[in-house]
Design a binder for this molecule. Sequence first.
Ligand SMILES: Cc1cc2nc3c(=O)[nH]c(=O)nc-3n(C[C@H](O)[C@H](O)[C@H](O)COP(=O)(O)O)c2cc1C
Length: 326
Amino acid sequence: MSVVSACPGHASAYLARAAITAPSLHNTQPWRFVAHGDRGIELHAVAERGLPLADPLGREMVLGCGAALLNIRLAMLHLGFRPLVDTFPDPQDLAHLATVGWGAYTRPTPEEQRLYAALGRRHTAHGPFLPQAPPAGLLEELREQVRREGAELHVVDDSADRRRLAELVRAGEDAHRTDARLAAEQAGWTWRLARPRDDGVPADVGVLHPDCTTLAGRDYAGLTGMFPTPPRRWPARTGLVVLLGTDRDDLAAWLRAGQALERMLLQAAAHGVMAAFHTQPLEVPHLRKRIRQTLTAGQYPQMVLRLGHPPCVRSLPRRPVTDVLG
Ligand SMILES: Cc1cc2nc3c(=O)[nH]c(=O)nc-3n(C[C@H](O)[C@H](O)[C@H](O)COP(=O)(O)O)c2cc1C
């Protein structure tokens, strides 16, 4: 008797524990899992945990869920079973993103083991990176990981392109800071130390001014209201700048992009390299269109990232597995 049929509840909890380490916009954790014993586990998107103003179509919500799906696949492989992924199994219920069944026994490859082992190491970075450069060859590895999930990595290394991207991120961030409704939506997912939560982002998640890097950060602490300009900039510590693109822009493409994102984040984390996210311009349709026209060769941009060695990382809380697994 396999471990799965002997204790299917334990196995599902094991998969869900891996899944919830995934990144999600403002740590909304927009997922829910349904255990089917030795038949597998379902992944559902939870619309109530979405951001109707910043992400009205749920693109970023599905990206986060795609990252959780990659983690389920890795956890199943780690237990020695091939994941059988059925995406959008119910045409009447598109929030049911995937069912992952237990396939034949298999031995995980060293690479699958390495990615699984990186689940606990991966955290989102905020602010400038250390001067230490990411390892040579990392970008090629990431390109390959992303490709395997059906997406493309676009490296922004040309200085004019970087400047253009910085302007678009700036414009996206300004839109968030000046639009009271968008700012309120983000504030609703931000908490103060005195009132900790198991979802959302602590206001002090980035200890430095959000404008101290060449790509502007989200102003979770509301610092720019008090200090409109940063005391100092670290332009040389931007790190590698990459965009994730897909050929299509529908639910299936977003779910693929989420898996590609997590795969590259874990590959990077295995080298001690973390990602800072700058998705503000992707939430403003005309800015996203500009990125598509000028920086991703017509592909739909799904993610804007900087990669490097952060001075420190912080592990953000997650809702307990018992709250997300039914
Ligand atoms: C689709 C998506 C968009 C994100 N956009 C941003 C962003 O613009 N700025 C940011 O600081 N973090 C962004 N994040 C990262 C989340 O804030 C982070 O994943 C979450 O707070 C949980 O923290 P962790 O990744 O360290 O576990 C994004 C994550 C996802 C999946």
